[in-house]
Design a protein. Structure first.
Length: 139
């Protein structure tokens, strides 16, 4: 039922999924996922951290490199959350195993994307899902 927008997806393929702001028959649930684990493939502006940074054998230099990456990534996630919270107050924020999740049924997906884009964040910084639920039942 939901549509997931993944890093690198072409703009033209998203046009059909944009919500009509005058639509009164659906509830739109916007879900941002901000991954911070090295296995997520997401990074800072699309520059992901190498998955094998600690392999095959960890050493102090590799651990410090991982710490530096995590500092940058978590700061970027915090800034995205601040931007979204400043734009709209009605968010449910949840910590997951390898990411933070923000979701709202009262903030339009297009406004959410625009807000992050206006502050210099790119699509590779987050995963955005949207789910539509009919207000009046199933077809």
């Amino acid at each position: 039922m939901g549509k997931s927008f993944v890093a690198g997806e072409k703009e033209s393929s998203r046009k059909e999924e944009e919500m009509n702001s005058n639509n009164e028959t659906c509830v739109q649930r916007v879900i941002f996922r901000f991954y911070y684990s090295k296995s997520s493939g997401l990074g800072n502006g699309g520059r992901s951290f190498p998955k094998n940074i600690l392999a095959p054998a960890a050493d102090p230099g590799k651990v410090r490199a991982w710490k530096a990456y995590m500092d940058i990534r978590l700061d970027r996630i915090a800034r995205m959350m601040e931007v979204l919270l400043a734009a709209h107050a009605d968010w449910a924020i949840t910590e997951r195993k390898d990411h933070f999740q923000m979701e709202s049924v009262t903030f339009d997906i297009d406004k959410a994307r625009q807000t992050l884009g206006d502050h210099g964040f790119v699509r590779e910084d987050y995963i955005l899902d949207v789910e539509y639920t009919r207000k009046w039942g199933v077809l």
